[in-house]
Design a protein around this ligand. Sequence first.
Ligand code: ZN
Length: 282
Amino acid sequence: MHQSIAHGIAKVYPESHHGICIYHLERNLKRRKVKSEVIKLFQSAARVYKHKEFDLYMSDLAKVDKKTFDYLIEEPPERWARSCSSRRRYDMLTTNIVESMNYVLLEARELPILRMMDFIQVKLQRWFYERRNEAEGTFYDVSWWVEEELKKKIDLAFTLNVFPIDSWRSRVEEEGITFLVDLNKRTCDCFQFQFDELLCIHAIAVIEKRNIKKSNFCSDRYLKESWLKTYERQIHPVGHTDSWIVPESVKSQIIKPPDFKVPPGRRQKKRLLSRFPEVQDI
Ligand SMILES: [Zn+2]
């Protein structure tokens, strides 16, 4: 992103966080022929939850490949490392919606404008319908994805020793290391509980012992209710032009084609990627 755009967005949306997609950052490293050992260190540094661990991985990385280390820290770590970020970073690639839509509309872009609008309407109508059905079909209080994530942790959670302190706090032991879980604050010493806003194995161990509902301690975003709300609206067809009721104020407007000359050569269909494809979390 051009620096002036970044400044502009920060001014208009002061609450926004400027993040970088680590998947693309990793792709850049591969393009620079960085050794796989270094890429693994980068992946760990970007994904760990504790700042201390981030420092350890980065100092290892600097020892093995100083050039890549310099390249990485050119971008402030709060933009790409989970432990340094002031916001939540999820392991979900929901970031580049522009590219995804661009890909979906690749063929439709050859169509006349109204046909293209029809194509978009049909596509969205189908997506909304299918996703609403999927959300309605789940038996859980949380989305499928969350249920699967929690299931993956449950076996390990059952092997942990839990020592309750009071009605909210418990001490959990995992391989000789103690973690303090606070259900009221939704925190754990492993940091996963507060960063992901999803139960970590220690919190699951506590909840299973107390026999309470896991969904009560996940972020509202993960609930079935929120999933349904996202797709609750329907996308309706616009119908044939004969059936449109167009107000006089619109009819009377004269719309001229844009004052623009098509440059020679093939039209660019793919969005050009910047060096650091970014996420603007507003
Ligand atoms: Zn934990």
